[in-house]
Design a protein around this ligand. Structure first.
Ligand code: SAM
Length: 326
């Protein structure tokens, strides 16, 4: 079947699927007051997820990232993974997690079929970690990473949101950590959302600062794979780990966009900063709706525009990234 594309000729091998808008951490740039459970709406169930991924796979999606909120809060998380894994055409399942109970659960995630784990760690200092996330759980997350390696996962990606004066001054500590470990340490530029305007003004720092330090120290930018995410990765002969930089404020960031997003309630979102999503849930109720669902996805894709206007302070309908899945 003809693969999905948009009016700019971009293709979409990669779908980021949010499993829940609930999160149990209260990161100061995302949900500083925690999650308001009463706003929580019913997430897609296992059969809806199966129909959704089957349709996307039919039009060329090969990689699924499970995100949230915190995706592992779903008690059926492992069933979701193994169900998606059995869908023809899906080659890779990645997940993004805050690492909560990872030490106890990572074995079962990998057994269910997860191929790649991204863990969020904004600081390697336990007190700073707690101040950012509201949880004293850094040791538990580190133990989870050890467990994943012991179980045979070849590499792990770690996400840190860059914050001025908090972790942008800690590059050396992160570099020491990945020197002898196959960890890709990804620095994500803090993005402005509807909820975090004043935090953004205080803490945003351009990722180019990190890039300049890396280049000075002999790191080299690598070429990107077709299904790669938004990061540019850098390697260095003296380091087993890599560095990734995600710089959504840079001029050409959207040029190579290869990702689509579906919210936990089945809204197809063409960009992290779209004004709103397009409802697919009504077409996820029965297997007989697959053709109509694929038609709908194709026609929504015609609306995908060149890029976001984040650099002009336009954050669309996104109040925080937990809402849609960062
Ligand atoms: N709960 C999971 C986690 O903590 O990784 C998955 C969801 S979280 C929204 C996904 C990623 O988005 C995390 O790495 C988080 O740090 C990042 N994130 C959240 N808000 C952000 C913002 N305003 N700017 C940049 N990254 C953000």
């Amino acid at each position: 079947m003809r693969p999905l594309n948009d009016p700019q000729g971009r293709t979409f091998p990669y779908l980021r699927l949010s499993l829940t808008d609930l999160c149990n951490f209260s990161c100061n740039y995302c949900l500083p007051d925690g999650c308001e459970e009463h706003h929580h709406k019913q997430s897609l169930d296992l059969s809806e997820i199966k129909r959704l991924v089957t349709a996307f796979s039919a039009v060329g999606v090969e990689k699924i990232r499970l995100t949230g909120g915190e995706p592992t809060l779903r008690s059926d998380f492992n069933d979701i993974v193994s169900t998606i894994k059995s869908i023809p055409g899906i080659q890779k399942i990645a997940m993004t997690t805050n690492g909560y109970k990872m030490d106890q659960r990572v074995d079962s995630w990998l057994d269910a079929g997860v191929d790649q784990v991204n863990v969020s760690i904004d600081s390697l200092d336990p007190r700073a970690f707690e101040a950012i996330t509201g949880h004293d759980r850094l040791q538990e997350i580190m133990a989870g990473i050890e467990k994943a390696f012991a179980k045979g996962l070849p590499s792990i990606k770690v996400n840190a949101v860059l914050m001025k004066g908090v972790n942008d001054i800690q590059l050396g500590v992160f570099l020491d950590w990945i020197k002898h470990q196959p960890i890709t340490m990804r620095f994500i530029e803090l993005m402005q959302t509807g909820d975090n305007g004043s935090f953004f003004n205080q803490y945003h720092v351009p990722g180019q600062q990190i890039r300049d330090q890396l280049l000075e120290q002999g790191w080299v930018r690598m070429t990107r794979k077709k299904d790669a995410g938004p990061a540019y990765e850098y390697c260095h002969p003296d380091y087993q780990g890599r560095i990734g930089l995600i710089t959504p404020y840079s001029r050409d960031f959207c040029k190579d966009c290869n990702r689509l997003r579906v919210s936990s309630q089945g809204q197809l979102q063409l960009c992290l900063f779209s004004e709103s999503g397009h409802d697919l849930r009504r077409l996820l109720q029965d297997d007989s709706q697959q053709d109509e669902l694929i038609q709908e996805i194709r026609s929504v894709l015609r609306l995908k525009v060149d890029g976001h206007f984040l650099d002009q302070g336009y954050t669309g309908g996104t109040q925080n990234l937990a809402q849609i899945g960062g």
